[in-house]
Every structure is written in structure tokens, then in C-alpha cells.
Design a protein around this ligand. Structure first.
Ligand code: 13P
Length: 250
């Protein structure tokens, strides 16, 4: 049985004051969260603050990205050992916003997957098609290509050391959620593709859904066989909404 994971991707949002209030709210409601593992991914500069509030409790934290390098002349980058030093358990990699605004290729994302594992972080590996790709009927080819980049570089077993997040780009921040059936179809395809190489990894690996997930649609999505949690953007910025999704995994 895969334990559901609900992870908040705060993107470039928050302030010291807002983060304190948000985390206080989440911690106050964690008693009702029975099944899900919960994590938050703040902007990197706030990770020490998040660590000081969450240390020793039930909520984990992670970075939103990491460098493929360990240290050196890479202005603006954050390295895996730095995230690790501040207690991160996770690092999101390959988010569609990084793929599109920072031109991250499938190969770069595979390098980031490797870097995360090397420095003891669990990658939350994002994949997903654009609206144009969905409308041209190439969703499966796109997610297969994105997954295969990691399998080809690191082998299928590496996938079990991370988490996959299927985020259809057209559903991110648009209020347009994939229907539970649409999401399940792609999740099943992803698991099936992995199963061709390893049934064991396919059974183990958690596949999260991301894209306008909210308390109102979370239970239906999470009830689907191959949906093992959520990667939450907008709704992760309000304690009640985020907790509502965490409780939906009960
Ligand atoms: P929204 O929940 O705001 O659609 O964002 C999803 C997302 O991109 C999480 O990584």
C-alpha cells in the first residue's frame, strides 16, 4: 500500500510573516490528517525559517529546484548539499515552469534527479503535457519521453527512490483540473510504462497529481487507483485549503 503524499509547492510566494501564519495554521490542523505524508516546498530563502518551525514535527520540507552541481561558480543556484544542510527531505525537479521559463531539458532534469539522490534528497519529478500536446494526441508520447530520460540515465530502480508528479501544464494555475478519469488514465499509463521494466518499482513508486487540486476535487482524484497524492500550488498557500486536501487523503 502506497502512503499518499501531499506536497505544497509555494512557488515564488510568501514572506516571513505569511509563512509563520501559514505553518502555524497547518500544524494546528495536522491532528486530523491520518494517512497522508505532508510536505511543503518554500522559496529557498525561507527554508531556514521553515526548518525552525517544522523541525521534529510531522510536516517535511523541500526545495523547489536544485543545481546539478555540488558547488562552484554557478551564480544564483542552490546545491543539493545546501538543501540537505537545512533539513530538506525533498527537492522538486523538472517543474513545467522551470522547463519552460528556464529551458530545462529532459536531460537536465535527469541530471537533477541524479543530483538529488546523490545528496540524499528525494526528487519530486514533474512531468506533463501542454494543452497543444494534449490536443494533438501526444500526451502519452510526451510523458513517456520525460520518464524515459531518467530511466535511460539512471535505470528504472532510481524511480523508486523518488516521487513522480504528473502535472498537465494546461491544468496548472488555470482552475481547470484534469477530471479524475483523465488523470487516472495518464497515471495508469505511467505506471504501466514503468512496469514494463520493473513490476516492483511500478508498484512502489508514488505518482502524485498536480494542477488546480483543491479541497473540493481532491477526494475524487485521490480515490483513483493510481493517484497517490498531490502536488499543490495555489491551494497550498491557505492552511485550510491545504489541510482540506491532506484530509481528503484519509
Ligand atoms: P496549482 O495547484 O496552482 O494549479 O499549481 C500546481 C503546481 O504547479 C504544483 O507544482
Amino acid at each position: 500500500m502506497r502512503q499518499p503524499l501531499v506536497a505544497g509547492n509555494w512557488k515564488m510566494n510568501g514572506s516571513v510573516e505569511e509563512i509563520k501564519a501559514l505553518l502555524d495554521g497547518i500544524l494546528a490542523g495536522m491532528g486530523d490528517v491520518k494517512r497522508a505524508e505532508v510536505a511543503v516546498c518554500p522559496p529557498a530563502i525561507y527554508i531556514p525559517q521553515v526548518q525552525s518551525i517544522l523541525q521534529g514535527g510531522a510536516v517535511a520540507w523541500g526545495g523547489q529546484d536544485l543545481s546539478t552541481h555540488e558547488s562552484g561558480a554557478y551564480t544564483g543556484e542552490i546545491a543539493g548539499p545546501m538543501l540537505k544542510e537545512f533539513g530538506c527531505a525533498y527537492a522538486i525537479i523538472g517543474h513545467s515552469e522551470r522547463r519552460s521559463y528556464h529551458a530545462e531539458s529532459d536531460e537536465t532534469v535527469a541530471d537533477k534527479f541524479e543530483a538529488a539522490l546523490k545528496y540524499g534528497l528525494k526528487p519530486i519529478f514533474c512531468i506533463g503535457e501542454t494543452l497543444e500536446e494534449r490536443e494533438s494526441g501526444v500526451t502519452e508520447q510526451v510523458v513517456a519521453r520525460q520518464i524515459d530520460a531518467v530511466i535511460n540515465k539512471l535505470g528504472v530502480d532510481a524511480l523508486a527512490k523518488g516521487v513522480i508528479a504528473y502535472e498537465p501544464v494546461w491544468a496548472i494555475g488555470t482552475g481547470k483540473t484534469a477530471s479524475p478519469e483523465q488523470a487516472q488514465e495518464v497515471h495508469a499509463f505511467i505506471r504501466g510504462r514503468i512496469a514494463k521494466q520493473s513490476g516492483d518499482v511500478a508498484q512502489k513508486v508514488r505518482i502524485l497529481y498536480g494542477g488546480s487540486m483543491k479541497p473540493g476535487n481532491a477526494a475524487e482524484l485521490l480515490a483513483k487507483e493510481d493517484i497517490d497524492g498531490g502536488l499543490i500550488g495555489g491551494a497550498a498557500l491557505k492552511a485550510e485549503d491545504f489541510l482540506g486536501i491532506c484530509r481528503a487523503a484519509n
